[in-house]
Ligand binder design. Structure first.
Ligand SMILES: [Mg+2]
Ligand SMILES: [Zn+2]
Length: 183
């Protein structure tokens, strides 16, 4: 991708939603089912001191017909509101509503949404991170020229054998955030 060095560009963290910030309920369509991980608020408060925060989520249930697009968007909006009530600002939620067989451009690990964010915000991508509980969340950051971090919450334990060798792994979002802030 072409990237122009911009004065004042800020690094960002691109966060997976399900299994990373909130419990993974699978095709979550009701705001009543949203459960923030207990460590998420502390982790995100820490990160936002230095990083713009984005949520990037694949909601294949929309394509598969298990949830509506409106329901997926209501959940995204509610997660943002819950975090805002704790003083955390999510700049934007980017959501892929497709399933893998749709072969869209925006499904992770394709770096589409990081590139889109870079077009909308002034972002220092080499100093940015992606974090998530699926190997695709790690590859997503790497493919854009950022650093991908893996967490063992959500589906993290289940998929860890599929991780690329040498991937940076953490127990949860809080330990990943502490590592980022120490770098
Ligand atoms: Mg996830
Ligand atoms: Zn998509």
């Amino acid at each position: 991708m072409n990237r122009v060095e911009t004065a004042g560009a800020r690094p960002a963290v691109f966060l997976d939603r399900d299994g990373t910030i909130i419990e993974d309920r699978g095709h979550l369509g009701h705001i009543g089912q949203i459960e923030l991980f207990p460590f998420a608020v502390e982790a995100l408060r820490m990160l936002q001191e230095k990083y713009l925060l984005f949520i990037v989520t694949n909601q294949s249930g929309v394509s598969l017909g298990t949830i509506t697009r409106d329901a997926a968007e209501r959940v995204n909006t509610h997660v943002v509101r819950m975090l805002l009530s704790h003083g955390i600002t999510i700049q934007q939620v980017y959501c892929c509503f497709h399933a893998r067989h749709d072969q869209c451009d925006c499904i992770k690990p394709r770096p589409y949404f990081i590139e889109k964010a870079a077009g909308q915000f002034s972002i220092d991508i080499p100093r940015s991170y992606s974090i998530g509980d699926h190997p695709h969340d790690v590859e997503f950051g790497r493919a854009a020229g950022a650093t991908g971090l893996y967490v063992f919450t959500g589906h993290g334990q289940k998929h860890k054998r599929e991780l690329a060798h040498g991937a940076l792994c953490f127990d949860d979002l809080l330990s990943a955030a502490q590592w980022i802030m120490a770098h």
